[in-house]
Design a binder for this molecule. Structure first.
Ligand code: ADP
Length: 196
């Protein structure tokens, strides 16, 4: 099963996607984590990425597509993947469709994690104090919210127009409760897929 998790910054996508992927037995593929690992390695690419990500802007589509193509070619992704942070633009969504079509598969379900903006700010400020991510500053976060509305929200319209199932999940509540809500939606989907 190929599932995509979409949600604004601070919605808990990363936390939830990791937990749900473990339950489903498919790899959790998070482009943000892959990019941060590249920065931590202090590679030439990492040094190029660092200021882009710290500002809250998106890194170029072609780079992300190369990363995803390589990741989905690894053996553990043969049975599917839970994509977190990708696709983030309509161009990325179209490229993903083309990539999957080539492999005889497609996006089965999109999970939309919904959290109101005041709660997103609260969570970001808490995480800033705990983790110190360079893009968890007021300015970068404001920019990430704008980019989400302008670039990522249209991805939902794209999937809607393609008839892909979208599971809208309330992302407010305890971490366990939200994991449960997503798992229920995806397990149902995984079962109906196996039955067909
Ligand atoms: P969040 O969704 O909370 O902003 P992520 O860890 O998913 O956090 O992403 C952090 C940053 O990594 C983004 O602001 C962006 O700079 C970069 N990034 C992650 N995924 C993508 C992508 N698919 N396309 C372009 N940039 C990306």
């Amino acid at each position: 099963m190929i599932a995509v998790v979409i949600g604004p910054p601070g919605s808990g996508k990363g936390t939830q996607a990791s937990r749900v992927a473990t339950r489903l037995g498919i790899p959790h593929v998070a482009t943000g984590d892959i990019l941060r690992a590249e920065i931590a390695k202090e590679s030439a690419l990492g040094r190029e990425l660092e200021p882009i990500i710290a500002s809250g802007a998106l890194v170029p589509d072609d780079l992300i597509l190369r990363i995803i193509e390589a990741r989905l070619s690894e053996p553990d992704a043969a049975s599917g993947a839970l994509l977190d942070g990708f696709p983030r633009t309509v161009a990325q969504a179209k490229a993903l469709d083309a990539m999957l079509e080539h492999r005889g598969s497609s996006v089965d379900v999109v999970v939309l994690l919904q959290v109101p903006e005041d709660e997103l700010w609260r969570r970001m400020r808490r995480r800033a104090a705990e983790e110190g991510r360079p893009d968890d500053t007021d300015d970068a976060f404001r920019h990430r919210l704008v980019v989400y509305q302008a670039e990522t929200a249209p991805v939902l319209d794209y999937y809607r127009s393609r008839g892909t199932r979208i599971a809208a999940i309330d992302g407010v509540g305890s971490v366990d409760d939200v994991t449960e809500r997503i798992s229920v939606a995806l397990t149902r989907r995984q079962r109906s897929q196996r039955a067909s």
